[in-house]
Structures are given as C-alpha cells and as structure tokens.
Write a protein that binds this ligand. Structure first.
Ligand code: NDP
Length: 280
C-alpha cells in the first residue's frame, strides 16, 4: 500500500530534487504587501512551496515574504518562470538571472518555461545553462502539449522535470498527463480551483456534503492530490490559504473520484497554449 499523502509530502523529480506536493500560487496577488503577506501566511500555515513567474511582477515580494518567514531557505521551494518575451538563448540567460536577482534567495528551485513559443529549443538550452551555473536547481516546462515535449526531447535530449498545466475535473488533459507520467515528467496542475468559477457547481456542493467541514475548494484540491498532481492553489486571504492546505485529513472515495472524473468540459480558465505554439 502506498504511503498516505501529507502536507509535507514531496514528489521526486528525475534530476534528484524533490518538489513539495502543495504550494501557494501567486498569480494576480498584488505587487507589494499583498504578495509578501500571502507568502508569510502560507509558510506559517505549513506551505513550503511558492509558485511565481516573471509575468506576475511579484518575484521581489515573494523573496521578501520568504525572508521574513524565518524558515530556512533550504526548507523552502520556489518556482519562477521565463516569460515568452524572453525566449531565445541570450534573452533567457538574462531573464533567469534577473528573476533570481529579484527573488534574492540564493537560487531558484525550479525554473519553468512559461509556455512553448517560437524559440523553444534555444530557450531550453539556456535554461540548462542556468542550471549548470547554479541559478536554478531544476528546469521544467509549462503549458506543453505532447508534441512540444517530444520536439524538445528530440532536439536537445534534455527531459523536463515538470510540466505545469491547467488541471481540474473540468479540464483533465488526460493524454498529456498520461504521456508525462509514462515519461518520468512530474505533472503540476495550475488553477486547481478553476479560478473560483466552479466552486458553486451543484454536483461539487453535493459531494462536499459527504465530507463534513470540507468546502468545494478543498474537494478540488484533494482531487488534484489524489490524481497524483502537484497542486498550487492561489489565495491572498489568510483563512483560505489555511483552508487550502487543510486537505490531508480526508480522502475522496473512489466513487466520488469517478463522479468528478465525469465533469470534463474542456474548461480553460486562462489560456491554453498546449495545442499549438503560442505567439503573441
Ligand atoms: P486558482 O484555481 O488557484 O483560484 C484562485 C481564485 O480562487 C482566486 O480568485 C482566489 O481568491 C479564490 N480562492 C482561493 N481559495 C479559495 C477558497 N478556499 N474558497 C473560495 N475561493 C478561493 O487560480 P490560479 O489561476 O491563480 O491558479 C493557481 C496558481 O497556478 C497561480 O496563482 C499561478 O501560480 C499558477 N498558474 C500558472 C499558469 C501557467 O500558465 N503556468 C496559469 C495560471 C496559474 P482570493 O485570492 O481572493 O482568495
């Protein structure tokens, strides 16, 4: 029998590093105190992982929140991402170093290519160099479809540790997930709460009633975990940040996992660059 998952559970990456199974997302957390406070609250309530990006413009605040938390750097895991406007070898080298400068936390744990673009291969080669130089410990991708993954692997021979993509019962991306799992790429799900859009779905509300004290948001996070995904719910509110990690004392039954599995409706809450390279 496999070990039950806990808030401190980590998932091994193929390069030897380990990623905490749950993290705080900070997309649309405001620059300044809002992000710093969210990071401090998250760490206070047991998170050890924060997911930011150059695009979110709050890397500096994530770094400040981390430093103010009092938890040693080596117990925390920080992801940031190379935005599409910084694709290409030299641009990516500069962007990765700039992100680390803003974060100011010694190293980035996981550097992701935010999405496939026109210079995916040279961007990826620069990310490998950033790893070699100690700017980051691991490199991965985000929003990659199967063809993006195979093309990258064929051109560079360097397998991403992680593919971060939108995942919820309403958008299951089953083929990409299967491909990643079969090829040793950890699947990380973003927008696990559907950006709040489905939290009042009557079916979710009904299932939640079977788990006393648990909300539909907690149900969705638990679904992600039981699917085997690393998950990164976002909130800027302390009570929600706390509730979103309070999901390790219950388990969705197989019957309820099956019911949730039937909710697929290709609900993309932000963007979906997995189907083709994204060109702004
Ligand atoms: P989520 O699915 O995490 O939903 C966040 C929304 O839900 C916010 O409006 C939040 O509001 C609300 N919320 C949070 N917790 C609760 C709760 N317990 N009850 C009710 N409402 C709640 O959306 P995101 O798109 O932010 O995804 C999470 C993270 O994934 C991002 O922050 C980012 O780090 C990453 N991401 C990556 C992308 C990529 O392209 N690689 C794209 C999108 C996201 P409030 O803050 O007011 O609580």
């Amino acid at each position: 029998m496999s070990k039950p998952i806990e808030s401190t559970t980590t998932v091994p990456l193929h390069d030897g590093a380990k990623i905490p199974i749950i993290g705080l997302g900070v997309y649309q957390a405001d620059v300044g105190e809002e992000t710093q406070q969210a990071v401090r609250w998250a760490i206070k309530h047991g998170y050890r992982h924060v997911d930011t990006a150059a695009l979110y413009r709050n890397e500096e605040d994530v770094g400040k929140g981390i430093k103010a938390s009092g938890v040693p750097r080596d117990q925390l895991f920080v992801t940031t991402k190379i935005w599409n406007s910084a694709h290409g070898y030299d641009n990516t080298l500069a962007a990765g170093r700039e992100s680390l400068k803003k974060l100011d936390i010694g190293y980035i744990d996981l550097l992701l290519m935010h999405a496939p673009g026109s210079s995916t291969v040279s961007t990826w080669q620069a990310m490998a160099k950033l790893k070699e130089d100690g700017v980051c410990k691991s490199i991965g991708v985000s929003n990659f479809g199967i063809h993006h993954l195979t093309e990258l692997q064929k051109a560079t021979g360097i397998l991403p540790t992680v593919n971060q993509l939108e995942l919820s019962p309403y958008l299951q991306n089953r083929e990409i997930v299967q491909y990643c799992h079969a090829n040793g790429i950890v699947v990380e799900g973003y927008s696990p709460l559907t950006k709040g859009r489905k939290l009042n779905d009557p079916l979710l509300v009904e299932i939640a009633k079977r788990y006393p004290g648990k909300s539909t948001a907690q149900l969705l996070i638990r679904w992600s975990l039981q699917q085997g995904y690393v998950t990164i719910p976002k909130s800027s509110k302390e009570e929600r940040i706390k509730a979103n990690i309070d999901v390790f004392d219950f388990e969705l039954s197989q019957e309820d996992m099956d019911r949730l599995g039937q909710l697929e409706e290709h609900l993309v809450t932000g963007w979906d660059p997995t189907t083709s390279p994204w060109n702004p």
